[in-house]
Design a protein around this ligand. Structure first.
Ligand code: 2NL
Length: 352
C-alpha cells in the first residue's frame, strides 16, 4: 500500500469497482445479494472502511476522492437495485413455470369413509317406498305407556304379550314399546282422518336366538279414511312390494291373525332368490322350497282401536301393516344370524 491516503483510497475504490459486480451477479437469491451488498456498504463493508479513512486525506485532494467514492456508491446501489429486480423476476418466472397447485385434488382423509348400516339402508328403502305412495313419516317414544302400547290396541290386560316374561317393564304402566304401533295410536289420537302415516323404530321384546333379538326394528303404517276396504290394502301393499322388489313381483295375501286387525293377513312375495328367467321357481333354502317369502303382516284396523282413539268406526275404516326390518335385511343380504347385525364387527359391516 502507498503512503499517501488519497492514493490508497483510490486504489481501494478501483479494486472494489472491479469486484462488486462479479459478487452481485454471483448472488442468485435476495438474501445472498443483500449479504454481498453488506460486504460493500454495510457497517464493516469495504467501501465503508475506505470512507472512514477520508479524514486522513489532505484537504486539497478530498473533493476529488470524495466524488470518486460517491460515484462508486451510486454504481453499487444501482447495480444492487438492478440485480434485486432480476432475482425477483427469475423467482417469479420459476414459480409460474413450475407445476401449478391442483386445487381440484380430493383431500387426504385420515380414515377410510364409512357407510350406512344395512338396517338403515333397508329402513330408508321401505320408508321411501311408502313416502312415494303419499304416506307421512312419524316417530314416537321407545319408553311408552301401557295404554298406548297395549290397551288402546285392544289387548286384554292378561294377554301373554303383556307378561313380565315377554316385555321389558320400566315401572307400573310403563314399558319399552313392543312394536311401533304406539306411534299409530298417538297419530290417531292427535289427528282426524284422512290419515296415511308410516313410522320406523326400535322395539323391545324378551326374545333372544338366531332369528330373534331383544332389540329389533319395525316399520309400521296405517291408512284411515271413509270407505277404505281390503282392496285398498291389497293395492297399496302390492304397489309397495313392487317398489321394494321390482315390477311384477308376484304377491299373495294369506289369512292370518293379529289382535288389533280383522281380517288379518300375511303378505308373501314370489321368492326372489330361486326365480328362473321364465318366472317359475326352483325352490330354495330361503323360501323353504315353497317358492314364497313372507314380507309383512297386515289387516283391516279393528273397530275397537278406532273407538279407543276417538275415531268413529261407523264413518271410517282403514288398514295397518307391520314389517320386520331385520328379516328383510337378513333375506336381502343372506345374513344367517340376527346377532351379526348388532355386534358391529367391522369385518361383517365392511361387506355392505
Ligand atoms: C307383523 C305384523 C302388523 C299391525 C301390525 C296395527 C297398528 C294399529 C292398528 C292395527 Cl295402531 N294394526 N299394526 C297390523 C297388522 C300386522 O304387524 O308381522 N309385523 C312385523
Amino acid at each position: 500500500m502507498s503512503e499517501n491516503p488519497a492514493t490508497e483510497i483510490e486504489e481501494g475504490l478501483q479494486k472494489l469497482g472491479a469486484s462488486f459486480r462479479q459478487a452481485f451477479s454471483a448472488a442468485t437469491t435476495e438474501q445472498a445479494l443483500r449479504e454481498a451488498h453488506a460486504r460493500v456498504l454495510g457497517k464493516k463493508g469495504e467501501l465503508t472502511q475506505l470512507l472512514r479513512r477520508m479524514g486522513a486525506v489532505p484537504a486539497d485532494a478530498r473533493k476529488s476522492v470524495g466524488e470518486k467514492v460517491n460515484a462508486l456508491r451510486e454504481q453499487v446501489e444501482s447495480a444492487f437495485a438492478e440485480r434485486l429486480t432480476a432475482i425477483e423476476n427469475a423467482r417469479r418466472q420459476a414459480e409460474l413455470g413450475a407445476r401449478p397447485y391442483d386445487l381440484t385434488l380430493p383431500g387426504r382423509s385420515p380414515a377410510p369413509r364409512g357407510h350406512l348400516h344395512p338396517l338403515t339402508r333397508v329402513k330408508d328403502d321401505i320408508l321411501g317406498a311408502f313416502r312415494d305412495l303419499g304416506f307421512a313419516i312419524a316417530s314416537g317414544p321407545e319408553v311408552e305407556l301401557e295404554a298406548n302400547n297395549f290397551t288402546k290396541l285392544g289387548f286384554p290386560p292378561d294377554h301373554p304379550a303383556t307378561d313380565m316374561q315377554d316385555s321389558f317393564w320400566v315401572g307400573p304402566g310403563v314399558l319399552l314399546r313392543t312394536h311401533t304401533s304406539n306411534v299409530q295410536i298417538r297419530e290417531m289420537l292427535a289427528h282426524k282422518p284422512p290419515l296415511a302415516v308410516v313410522s320406523a323404530g326400535t322395539v323391545y321384546r324378551r326374545d333372544d336366538d338366531v332369528t330373534h333379538s331383544p332389540m329389533f326394528h319395525q316399520v309400521e303404517g296405517f291408512l284411515v279414511d271413509e270407505r277404505v276396504s281390503f282392496s285398498e290394502l291389497k293395492g297399496v301393499l302390492t304397489s309397495f312390494a313392487e317398489r321394494l322388489y321390482g315390477p311384477n313381483t308376484p304377491v299373495r295375501f294369506r289369512p292370518s291373525y293379529f289382535p288389533f286387525v280383522e281380517p288379518g293377513a300375511e303378505v308373501d312375495i314370489g321368492c326372489v332368490f330361486c326365480v328362473r328367467p321364465d318366472g317359475t321357481r326352483e325352490g330354495c333354502r330361503l323360501c323353504k322350497h315353497t317358492g314364497w317369502i313372507e314380507i309383512l303382516g297386515c289387516g283391516m284396523i279393528h273397530p275397537v282401536v278406532f273407538e279407543n282413539t276417538g275415531i268413529d268406526p261407523e264413518r271410517y275404516s282403514g288398514f295397518a301393516f307391520g314389517i320386520g326390518i331385520e328379516r328383510v335385511a337378513m333375506l336381502r343380504y343372506d345374513i344367517p344370524d340376527i346377532r351379526l347385525l348388532f355386534e358391529n364387527d367391522p369385518r361383517f359391516l365392511a361387506q355392505f
